[in-house]
Design a binder for this molecule. Structure first.
Ligand code: SF4
Length: 382
């Protein structure tokens, strides 16, 4: 049915859009959980998966990812059923990676998730400082985060923790101290994000009314550099702009599918997906609001509300932008096969400036270049 290159990987992404409380920095497609009945959404996820199976044909699934929102609000039984449904629809690779993003507050269900087959837990710790956690609007304390990590240990093959830096008032020394404590926790993977002020998030309004100022570019760059240097020294070098792993076996297979421009079925409100059939690649998006999503699934048997065809040059630009995120970069031949000619003059200039390197037919960013990834992608793949 499809000429899809299985080497790029095929994954399943399940978006659970509810959170106990909406964090003021968040611009994801999320809704307050309240005491709502989630059965209709759960049922729609199952139908949506079936709709995707009808379009992909047989594929081998190398990753299943429960993201959100807060998928750790799901019950263990719901996770069991979703994984079983994926297994009934596609061939699931032996050693498949099954990730679930968890809030430390939900530690009581970690055992159920592990029994359901989740082998990678991504724990949203965000900070090890109670004041900063409060500022970030999180419901857990640093102590709760450590308890959750203890609970997760030994239950999952791989544990990742998320941390946020460049929080207003946080000095370089503060972050160094916090990061060194985070690195000492022994997690297999760290996702380290700069606090970004997203339009539409509550923090954007706070900045607009001058309640506080975000970190300057120079401050953020100094924090980023310290992050790279300390993670590398602790044996968790960056393999992507914000992601660090203790060895290749702990890199995220799922995000690897995005960075290699593989395909994935994305189900749930607002979930994005990619589907390659023959020479055609589609970028699709499910309806955002849960009510509209239920309606789309009921009416069309799939959640899609936006379906865009990516032409060859659009695909090539995506390969450049995604490939530049990872340390291996992208293969020039791959991009040229899609009829995109790189701007050789700009590549040479960026190499001379020390932002880009070329090796074995691949182009990658240097650590200095990683801070400017988006701008560089636009310069070399116009
Ligand atoms: S818990 Fe995560 S997804 Fe939910 S509102 Fe907070 S940052 Fe956003």
């Amino acid at each position: 049915m499809s000429d899809f290159d299985p080497g790029r990987g095929f994954g399943v992404y399940v978006h659970w859009p509810y959170c106990a409380r909406i964090c003021p920095y968040c611009d994801f497609n999320v809704y307050a959980a309240k005491a709502r009945d989630t059965a209709p959404l759960f049922d729609a996820l199952l139908r949506d998966l079936e709709g995707w199976r009808g379009r992909t044909g047989e594929r081998e699934v190398s990753s299943i990812f429960f993201g959100g929102g807060t998928p750790s609000l799901m019950s263990g039984a719901q996770v069991v059923q979703l994984i079983a449904h994926v297994r009934s629809l596609w061939h699931v690779a032996p050693g498949v990676e099954i990730t679930l993003e968890a809030n430390p507050d939900d530690l009581a269900r970690f055992g159920e998730f592990a029994e359901a087959g989740v082998d990678r837990l991504s724990l949203g710790i965000q900070s090890l400082d109670d004041e900063r956690l409060k500022f970030l609007g999180r419901t857990h304390s640093a102590g709760d985060a450590l308890k959750a990590l203890d609970e997760a240990r030994g239950k999952f093959r791989s544990i990742s923790i998320d941390m946020i830096y460049a929080v207003p008032g946080q000095t370089l020394e503060d972050w160094r101290g916090e990061l060194s404590r985070a690195l000492a926790l022994g997690a297999d993977h760290l996702s380290l994000y700069e606090l970004s002020i997203e339009p539409g998030a509550a923090f954007a309004f706070a900045v607009k009314r001058k309640a506080w100022a975000p970190a300057s570019d120079d401050e953020a760059a100094a924090l980023y550099e310290a992050t790279q240097e300390m993670s590398e020294a602790a044996g968790l070098p960056a393999y992507e702009i914000s992601n660090h792993a203790r060895g290749a076996e702990h890199r995220s297979v799922h995000n690897g599918i995005y960075w290699k421009c593989g395909d994935w079925a994305g189900v749930g409100p607002g979930a994005h997906g990619r589907l390659t059939i023959g020479a055609t690649r589609w970028a699709v998006e499910a309806a955002e609001k849960p009510g509209a999503y239920l309606h789309h699934v009921k009416t069309n048997g799939i959640g899609w509300s936006v379906v865009d065809e990516l032409d060859a040059v659009g695909q090539a630009r995506e390969r450049v932008a995604m490939g530049l995120r990872v340390v291996e970069g992208f293969a020039v031949a791959d991009v040229e096969a899609l009829r995109l000619k790189l701007n050789a003059e700009n590549v040479a200039m960026l190499v001379a400036l020390g932002f880009v390197a070329e090796r074995d037919g691949r182009v990658m960013l240097t650590p200095e270049g990683r801070l400017r990834a988006d701008r560089i992608a636009a310069e070399i793949a116009p």
